[in-house]
Write a protein of this length. Structure first.
Length: 413
């Protein structure tokens, strides 16, 4: 949730930034509802005070006049309290649907306005006709989408043989890399509750994207970000414990409601996928430095794998709902002839911390303050597998496994 103090002190600027990020969101209505809540709250308090004062007068003996005034005040107070409850409900609903305020220096516009800030390596060249990962993997017996559809449904994958070895080798490489960069490994459950999804900002806006276990009121996690965002929910941390840097490997589950093009077949967009996540909790003044650290950590993996990639600063409308600033790391996929995102590194400022009341103190007697939180993929495993298969494919249809994946992995078993 955004800082209401900012909305109240500079409403025009905040409304303008919110509209630039999400034009469909009625930011002006949020301002009006906030003002209405405060106005009616003051009226309710004033009536309660009058009622209390009248009660004190009545202690000396209740006259008819006092009784009539008390009844009239009670009726008026009940009406105001009912009105307050309604406006508070409307405000809270809209407030939870309000995106984070983007940084003012981000490019304006949508995906087309994203700004490439770094390019590493060159696009690979081939002296034969390039195949996509679906054709390569099917011929090699690495995965079977037809069997996956029979077992579960469309949009799921079944990995076999060297594909399984590669998934585990990549996971090991990522976790070791992230630990080297100062991130502590955490293994959470893959099932979360509604409050956890609200804190992470998936609920209520993206509720239709999450798989529900309705009988138990639980949900399959769409990303380990949800789990890690709630580790310190309702905590007040000591500043000397910050920053807290965590990395987690989980399966992620997304309904991916909507339609996508035929080019996004295979492993490009699936309902269940493996991902290694980065998550940081820090003091506000450190969040930009921590975002740079996360980007460098994710880059390190791609460089070890020898993959060509670029980094883009996302425009306001392309930033995710809770993010104030996001960098996308996009790897080149020869079989798709396009760049695809394998990591989004986002600074959520105090947006999630306010929802989860994640606070810190420099000294015991200080007033607590909200932390900043950041998250990043490090990395999304299926798309990274696609990149390796398509970049390291050979003319005979085989795939060369990068040496970095052979050490201490199932490939050497």
């Amino acid at each position: 949730m955004i800082d209401l103090a900012r909305l109240r002190t500079e409403p025009e600027r905040i409304v303008d930034l919110l509209k630039k990020k999400e034009p469909s969101f009625d930011a002006a209505a949020l301002v009006d509802l906030d003002q209405s809540v405060r106005k009616i709250s003051h009226e309710v308090e004033a009536l309660r005070q009058k009622k209390n004062e009248l009660a004190k007068v009545g202690k000396g003996g209740i006259t008819q006049e006092v009784r009539d005034q008390s009844i009239a005040l009670g009726v008026e107070l009940k009406g105001k309290e009912d009105a307050l409850a309604l406006v508070e409900k409307s405000f809270h609903t809209l407030y939870l649907s309000c995106p984070n305020v983007p940084e003012s220096d981000l490019p304006e516009g949508g995906k087309e306005a994203n700004k490439v800030v770094k390019v590493v390596g060159q696009k690979p060249t081939f002296d034969f006709t390039v195949k996509n990962h679906v054709d390569l993997g099917t011929a090699l017996g690495w995965f079977d989408f037809q069997v996956a559809a029979r077992i579960t449904g469309s949009g799921f994958a079944l990995y076999k043989g060297d594909a399984v070895k590669m998934l585990y080798a990549l996971t090991t490489l990522m976790l070791k890399n992230n630990m080297k960069h100062g991130f502590e490994p955490v293994l959470p459950s893959t099932v979360v509750n509604a409050k956890s999804l609200e804190v992470a900002s998936n609920f209520p806006k993206f509720k239709d994207q999450v798989y529900a276990i309705t009988e138990d009121g639980l949900y399959m996690t769409p990303t380990a970000e949800v789990n890690l965002a709630n580790l310190y929910r309702d905590h007040i941390l000591s500043s000397d414990k910050l920053p807290i840097r965590m990395t987690s490997w989980t399966s992620c589950f997304r309904r991916e409601a909507g339609t996508y093009g035929a080019h996004e077949r295979g492993l490009i967009r699936i309902h269940q996928f493996e991902k290694v996540e980065l998550y940081t909790i820090c003091e506000p003044n450190d969040s930009q430095t921590e975002q740079d650290r996360m980007v460098a950590c994710a880059e390190d993996i791609l460089q070890q794998l020898g993959l060509h990639y670029r980094i883009s600063l996302l425009a306001m409308q392309d930033c995710s709902f809770p993010s104030a600033k996001t960098y996308d790391i996009e790897v080149w996929l020869p079989g798709q002839n396009a760049y695809y995102e394998v990591s989004s590194v986002s600074n959520c400022t105090d947006f999630q911390a306010r929802r989860g009341m994640i606070r810190y103190k420099k000294h015991v007697d200080d007033k607590s303050q909200l932390t900043h939180t950041l998250n990043g993929s490090s990395l999304a495993l299926p798309r990274l597998m696609v990149a390796i298969m398509e970049v390291y494919q050979q003319a005979d249809g085989s795939v060369v496994i990068p040496d970095v994946l052979k050490k201490d992995s199932l490939f050497s078993a």
